[in-house]
Design a protein around this ligand. Structure first.
Ligand code: WTA
Length: 629
């Protein structure tokens, strides 16, 4: 990395950043590359194990890799118990602000106590090791506490993002066969209430496995409580059983920690499985080195805990590092576009990690809003979720970071569990590039045949060696795990993204090459949107595509074929949009719906979304020899 002059627009970190950083670019890449397993083993040694592993990696049953074989640990123990035995006991673990201005804070001691109480409540409902528990809430501390409580007793959590709706929740409850649902009565969003419990009631009518529903009070509005099934969390947690101290399950490193549903190429969302051991080591060390968390820092990851970014870098990563995190319930622009900047000043935030869509959304309002606040506490910035366009990068760097805060553009996925392509604070940056694979990782860009692509040639982004936080399988569908990720090229994990690498070895991720659409950084599958449309009585067939959007990155556009007897009208189009919102969630509401007479299909009947997309963008559709009509 040193010596050679880099090409293009390059930003170098200043001395202060370099001196402070844990990761030294001169040594960390080299040593991790020489012996990746020793690198990860070293990292694992910083964490607590009730019994150490026999072997770092077992690759005898590829692609079903095992990490820290026969190690015994518990990630929640490492997040909390470890710290309360040190002076961190009284340190703030979490600072939280509600959309309405409500404020709460939790020391490590308090977070530990609340987690134990929550864990005991779950135990009293009969939740045991290996049982699945679904959580469906807004951005409130109870979500974090609930996740940790599950982990503590060895239950597997499945968080469903609060922006999802009836069908999405139902599908996830069914597929995971959850025993308990933890739901908030509602969520506060832009001054309104999202009726989470009401949505859950509808989803529960279609889901058979849920025995108990634990309701966390957030909004306090009138909701339906079904007797025998629904219980208030605040009532149970005040019973004497909640204070029992026996609520820790020591688990195997490979024990599942959580399921997280995500959209893939075809069909229904699938549950990615992450484990206690390897995942813990991966998120702990990536966060430490990339965001360079020091004892006195205040770190804010503005994602939602309901997505992988929140799992790894709001809940587990920061707590494993003994950090102080900030969490905010609401939207960045509510009630005005100053809200974030105001809180950065108020809480003295040092590290801000967000998504390009949020940056573009705030940039629209101009420099005056952030300029009214003192943002000088910021030392590092981060970006995730989609490629960041250089204009947004420069604005973030100049107006928010005052040209002194490096931007960590982190590329990763629900499946990878941890950062994969990312700068370190010592890395020279190029706007729009995530720079290089994290130390010790082997990644590449390959052509159709799986051969390494030339410099600057676009190809498939692949991962060529296992990593500790990697997904272990797809829940209940190991075949699909192999099929989706390990079949296209032998011994390579297929990311589903296309990318190129420049002459300096810097990676430039271009975007998805499959049927996944990233809307405001949220991952949605065309199949989910299409099946929601087809579930409406008027719709015979539907196709969804993503088209570029200046703030959202991509927006959903749909083409719909009506059943006979239905007439095209603006009213019907609006009804269809609402229907998708109701079934999948507001984030999935199509930007535009066009009623058409036919859809382009291959002779085998597959909709050619690529042709629709090219047509919408006024581009050449390319090879259409397989087109039927
Ligand atoms: C995209 C989110 C470019 C990519 C953590 C990936 C990115 C998908 C970046 C995973 C980035 C994420 N630059 N593209 N820094 N980060 N992506 O599972 O297409 O919600 O495959 O995980 O987001 O989305 P997921």
């Amino acid at each position: 990395m040193s010596g050679k002059k880099l090409t293009g627009e390059v930003y170098y970190p200043d001395k202060e950043i370099l001196d402070r950083a844990y990761a030294k670019c001169e040594s960390i890449y080299k040593s991790a590359e020489e012996d990746p397993l020793a690198f990860w083993e070293n990292e694992a040694n910083n964490l607590h194990w009730f019994k150490k592993w026999d072997k770092v990696l077992d690759d005898s049953k590829k692609p079903f890799y095992k990490w820290f074989v026969n190690g015994k640990t518990n990630i929640a123990y490492n997040c909390l118990d470890v710290h309360i035995q040190t002076p961190r006991r009284n340190k703030l673990a979490l600072i939280w602000e509600g959309e309405d201005g409500e404020f709460r804070s939790y020391s490590y001691f308090k977070l530990h106590r609340e987690t134990c109480r929550f864990a005991n409540v779950l135990k009293s409902l009969g939740v045991k090791k290996g049982d699945r528990v679904t959580l469906y809430m807004g951005r409130i501390p109870e979500l974090m506490i609930g996740m940790l409580a599950c982990a503590r007793i060895g239950a597997i959590h499945s968080v469903v993002y609060g922006g999802f709706s009836v069908e999405s929740l139902h599908e996830r409850l069914e597929d995971s066969k959850s025993k308990v649902l933890i739901v908030a009565d509602g969520a506060k969003q832009r001054g309104k209430i999202v009726e989470l419990k009401k949505i859950a009631d509808e989803a529960l009518q279609r889901a058979a496995t849920v025995e108990s529903v634990l309701v966390v009070k957030r909004t306090g509005h009138q909701i339906n409580m079904e007797s025998g099934r629904d219980m208030w969390y605040h009532e149970l947690v005040n019973l004497p059983i909640a204070n029992s101290s026996e609520c820790l399950e020591i688990v195997d490193a490979e024990e599942p920690l959580y399921l997280l549903y995500t959209s893939g190429t075809t069909g229904k969302p699938k549950a990615i499985v992450h484990t206690h051991g390897g995942y813990m080591v991966g998120v702990y060390s990536t966060l430490k080195y990339v965001f360079d968390i020091h004892e006195e820092d205040r770190y804010w990851c503005a994602a939602d805990p309901g997505w992988v970014t929140g799992h790894s870098y709001i809940v587990y990563g920061p707590l494993l590092n003994g950090a102080t995190s900030f969490m905010y319930e609401g939207a960045p622009t509510y009630p005005y576009p100053h809200r974030w900047w105001q809180m950065i000043e108020k809480y003295g935030i040092n590290i801000l990690y967000t998504a390009p869509t949020a940056i573009r959304g705030l940039m629209r309002y101009g420099d005056a809003w952030p300029n009214r606040y003192n943002l000088s506490s910021l030392r590092l910035l981060g970006s995730v979720g989609e490629p960041i366009n250089p204009e947004a990068w420069r604005w973030y760097y100049r107006v928010i970071g005052k040209e002194k805060t490096p931007i960590m553009d982190t590329w990763w996925q629900t499946e990878t569990g941890m950062f994969m392509i990312t700068p370190l604070p010592c890395t020279p940056l190029k706007p729009g590039s995530g720079t290089k694979p994290f130390p010790g990782l082997k990644m590449d860009i390959v052509d159709e045949k799986g051969m390494p692509a030339e410099d600057n040639e676009e190809g498939y982004l692949v991962i060529k060696s296992p990593w500790p936080a990697m997904l272990r399988t797809i829940w209940n569908d190991p075949e699909r795990y192999i099929q989706q990720y390990w079949s296209r090229f032998p011994r390579m994990y297929l990311t589903g993204d296309s990318a190129r690498r420049d002459e300096d070895g810097y990676y430039w991720v271009i975007g998805r090459v499959d049927d996944v659409i990233k809307v405001s950084g949220y991952r949605l599958g065309t199949a989910e949107i299409e099946s929601a449309l087809v579930s409406h009585p008027a719709v015979a067939e539907a196709a969804a595509i993503g088209l570029p959007h200046s703030v959202k990155g991509h927006a959903i556009h749909c083409y719909v074929l009506l059943k006979t007897g239905y007439e095209k009208s603006d009213k019907l189009i609006e009804e269809l949009r609402q229907h998708v919102g109701h079934e999948v969630g507001p984030i999935a509401k199509p930007e535009g719906i066009e009623i058409v007479d036919s859809l382009p299909k291959t002779r085998s009947g597959k909709i050619m979304r690529r042709v629709l997309k090219a047509k919408a963008l006024g581009q050449d559709p390319g090879n259409i020899s397989t087109l039927e009509d």
